[in-house]
Write a protein that binds this ligand. Structure first.
Ligand code: SAH
Length: 210
């Protein structure tokens, strides 16, 4: 599937029914989601791989990974309403994705999902709740060999320090996130937020030569 086609397919998916500010529920815009996924595909991290989407929301990344030929895709999300929407989106796109309603901070979750090849995620940036992104990074590094995450532009140094000894940043792709007016505290209809897509490689996998 071509990049443009993937973007169109993702554009058809439905957004959050009742976006919750406290959970930073912003759907990744289709062009940005497609860019992350296509990039991961080209690196050999999607096709025939087991993929987990942490904080999958309405499932745009998870569904996209399935469309690109992932062997198995699991979406993890704390909000049941979002998962209902994600399930409908997976069906709409004709994909087979497993969704689990769970909190990434739950220590027992790792035992439930185990390891996978690739984590993809657009976690909360921590704008509403400081360090909300940390449990996402922690779980991703534990479960996956390679992680693709969307972060606020300028986060690279913080993340590099945070993951030291556990993983390294193997790639960085810049992008602009056109955020639509979603919550009452937003004062403009659109605001471009600069983001970076980081590819994190777990040290564990490098040691094993994977
Ligand atoms: N990945 C989706 C949604 C991004 S918004 C997309 O790209 O469109 C961040 C998502 O993380 C929201 O759906 C929110 O409900 C979820 N989330 C926030 N805290 C969480 C937690 N502790 N455990 C699991 N999911 C969480």
């Amino acid at each position: 599937m071509k990049l443009k086609r993937l973007e169109m397919e993702l554009q058809h998916l439905n957004g959050f029914p009742h976006p919750r500010a406290a959970l930073e529920q912003y759907q990744t815009p289709a062009p940005l989601a497609a860019r992350l996924l296509y990039h991961a595909l080209m690196k050999g991290d999607i096709e025939r791989k087991s993929v987990v989407d942490l904080g999958c929301g309405t499932g745009i990344l998870a569904v996209g990974a399935a469309l690109l030929g992932a062997a198995a895709v699991t979406g993890i999300e704390i909000d049941q309403n979002a998962v209902d929407r994600a399930e409908a989106n997976a069906t709409l796109a004709g994909t087979d994705v497993e969704f689990i309603v769970a909190d990434v901070r739950d220590a027992a979750l790792f035992g439930r999902i185990g390891t996978c090849d690739t984590v993809i995620m657009n976690p909360p940036f921590g704008a509403r709740q400081e360090h909300a992104d940390r449990p996402f990074i922690d779980l991703a590094l534990k479960t996956a060999t390679v992680t693709y995450g969307i972060f606020n532009a300028g986060s690279t140094q913080f993340i590099k320090t945070y993951i030291e000894g556990r993983a390294e940043i193997s790639e960085k792709v810049g992008g602009v996130f056109p955020l639509r007016r979603t919550f009452s505290f937003h004062t403009k209809d659109h605001k471009d937020i600069e983001v970076e897509i980081l590819r994190l490689t777990s040290t564990r996998s490098m040691n094993h030569g994977a």
